[in-house]
Design a protein around this ligand. Structure first.
Ligand code: SF4
Length: 651
């Protein structure tokens, strides 16, 4: 099995759910890692100096199910105030462990480690200033810099050992040190090395109460970094628990989908001991999302029969490479993954009005279709028929028996099943769909279909360990040299729209991250409500955006806010979104503070960053373009900047 150059697997198993075994770390009265449940945590957004506001917000989080409360401690003053916060929480009967979030300042960390149960340090900026300079470090200069960090870091380790305080060494993709950037670039390997440099210092002092994280606002980078970290830890005989999170995931639906893609992908492979879903919303709203992601793995339903073992794993888990497939009309090959909405079960006729919910808006006056960037590519209508002129970019899928009698075959394609596919000669000369359960995908079957250049599979499995079954099927397709494109369908159980979005993102995201799947086919959502096609379509485009496989909207990289935040992030994000959400493909960073914001917004095209009370600094890429703009003018100034940059289009 090839999974890394050293043949080390990044998870316990690729063919069944199995939790990766890590050591147990004690955080106050809470055990994390090992066989303990996956812990849920979040971070306060109040000013740490406001004891009562922080205590009350912490209580709301705890009541919602938060098992670890993180509080920012940017300086020694806030670190000191953690004592009051903790005392007040204890007075009110709450003993949930607290975590001090530290950036830059060792003295704040050393004080906080005497007060709270855990400290989080960012190895990219602990005792370090990020200069965004691509300085060339010689080996000697690199080692000298590491020695300097070592001397600043050891006192904190000693305090943690003395007080029984745990530590998270939390790498952020956007805030790697200049030292790491110079040697590794902003790569998953750079992220891993950034943490391991600090871990090795801890181990020299026999300090092992460590938790590690590898966060990024890009779920692909985040997933690859965690996988690589596991392999590197195994190489060095380490087994530290992992804290999962996607940074700056944003708000609402997009934030939830992005988090589910990143966190869910890893959870599916049994990776992760604690999670934080970071949304630009009040922290108590993060908890139900985190719970829904984790609950899926409690009383997890296994497959009755284990899948066939994999003897050759053809997928590189550390880089995104799309599976090589035939190009069939607009599916597979170099085409972006397609979205297929299923109207087979929908009651009544298909009308132009219905298509509105999937991105096609018919204007009676002009007799034209307005087609949105998130218009689905195909609809499947089974035995139904359509009696109006379909939009120019839409394809229609019908059951073969209906399709064969259809006089208008232009952009109408047949759907076959395993029983009739090999018996019918009158197939479309262009594109044929075949619905196929993964259990039918034998070597013999693959050899029968692999030379058919008009075929696209609609691949699905049972609702148990669906992602794993589908991945197993792709391994066979690749190993047998079969380039037939495959659209993914899922049949997982869910109770409400929220669960549907999270589980769909988890299942589909985990495959798309590894380049598997040429599209998403709505095959299960129709049970929720008559709005379900819209929900599927929106979620599918959100998943494709989050996996960066198909960009159809503006991306907002907004921080979750914390005690450092200098403006109302939720309100500002909403304002910026309302003015810019038609700018397809643009990434806009909205960050609460100048201390971490510029680093954490990583690969944003434009940045809006709080610099002081009522003051905003605007960035183009990593470059400061306008400093200290009064906040009431800052959104307009951002729009001007986008216009000057040539990235503006009128709505
Ligand atoms: S960027 Fe946002 S979440 Fe990060 S430290 Fe600044 S205000 Fe807090």
């Amino acid at each position: 099995m090839i999974t890394t150059t050293n043949n080390i697997l990044y998870c316990n198993s690729l063919t069944e759910y199995s939790r990766l075994k890590t050591r147990v770390v004690k955080i106050g009265n809470l055990e994390l890692g090992g066989d303990n449940p996956i812990r849920i945590q979040s971070m306060t957004t109040t000013d740490t100096m406001n004891t009562i506001a922080t205590v009350e917000q912490s209580i709301r989080m705890i009541e919602a199910g938060c098992e670890l409360v993180r509080i920012t401690a940017p300086s020694i003053h806030e670190a000191e105030n953690l004592r009051n916060i903790k005392a007040e929480l204890n007075k009110r009967g709450y003993y949930t462990p607290l975590v001090a979030d530290i950036h830059f300042t060792p003295n704040a960390a050393e004080l906080a480690a005497r007060i709270v149960e855990k400290v989080r340090v960012n190895p990219g900026n602990y005792a370090d200033k990020k200069k965004f300079e691509n300085i060339e470090y010689t080996d000697a200069a690199y080692d000298a810099e590491l020695e300097r960090i070592r001397n600043r870091f050891i006192p904190l380790i000693k305090v943690c050992k003395e007080y029984g305080t745990a530590m998270r060494i939390g790498t952020n993709h956007g805030s790697l040190s200049d030292r790491i950037m110079s040697r590794y670039g902003d790569t998953p390997l750079g992220m891993v090395e950034s943490a391991l440099e600090f871990v090795r210092i801890c181990r020299e002092l026999s300090f092992n109460e460590i938790v590690l994280s590898m966060k990024s606002s890009n779920p692909l980078v985040m997933v690859q970094a965690y996988r690589l970290l596991i392999v590197k830890m195994k190489e060095e005989d380490m087994d530290y628990p992992l804290h999962l999170g996607v940074t700056e995931a944003g708000e609402g639906e997009d934030g939830r989908i992005k988090s589910a893609v990143g966190i869910g992908t890893l959870l599916e492979d049994g990776i992760g001991d604690t999670i934080r879903v970071s949304l630009t919303e009040d922290p108590e709203f993060e908890i139900p999302v985190a719970k829904a992601l984790v609950n899926r793995f409690i009383n997890h339903k296994r497959l009755p029969e284990p899948l066939k073992p994999i003897t050759h794993y053809p997928i590189n888990p550390f880089e995104h490479k799309r599976r090589d497939t035939n190009s069939v009309v607009n599916i597979g090959g170099k085409h972006v993954p397609v979205v297929i909405v299923d109207y087979r079960e929908r009651e009544g006729d298909i009308t132009p009005e219905i298509l509105k919910e999937v991105g096609y808006n018919y204007n009676i006056l002009t007799d034209k279709w307005n087609i949105s960037d998130m218009a689905c590519d195909y609809i499947c209508i089974g035995n139904k028929e359509i009696d109006f002129e379909i939009p120019g970019t839409l394809g229609i899928i019908q059951y073969y028996d209906t399709w064969k009698n259809n006089k208008h075959r232009d952009r109408y394609y047949p759907l076959f099943n395993i029983e009739n596919f090999f018996e019918i000669n009158d197939q479309s000369p262009i594109l044929n769909f075949l619905g196929l359960k993964t259990s039918y995908l034998t070597t013999e079957f693959i050899n029968k279909i692999k030379d058919n250049k008009t075929l696209v599979l609609n691949l699905y499995s049972s609702d148990r360990e669906e992602m794993i079954q589908l991945r197993r099927a792709f391994v066979d397709l690749i190993n047998e040299g079969c380039k037939t494109p495959a659209i993914l369908s899922f049949h997982f159980p869910f109770d409400n729209e929220n669960e549907f979005q999270l589980y769909f993102s988890t299942n589909a995201g985990a495959l798309l991250v590894d380049g598997l799947g040429d599209g998403l086919w709505d095959d299960c959502v129709n049970e929720i409500s008559d709005k379900s096609s819209k929900l599927f379509n929106q979620t599918a485009f959100g998943i494709l955006q989050a996996t960066r496989t198909r960009i159809s909207k503006t991306e907002y990289i907004s921080c979750p806010s914390c005690g450092r935040t200098l403006f109302d992030l939720q309100e500002t994000t909403a304002k910026i979104r309302s003015r810019t959400n038609h700018l397809k493909g643009l990434k806009i960073g909205i960050m609460g503070c100048i201390v971490n914001g510029p680093g954490e917004m990583a690969d944003a095209d434009y940045g809006y960053v709080g610099t002081g009370p009522g003051k905003i600094t605007l960035y183009k890429g990593k470059e400061v373009v306008r400093r200290n703009v009064p906040s009431e003018q800052a959104v307009d100034a951002l729009i001007d900047l986008i216009k000057e940059g040539g990235d503006w289009v009128e709505q």
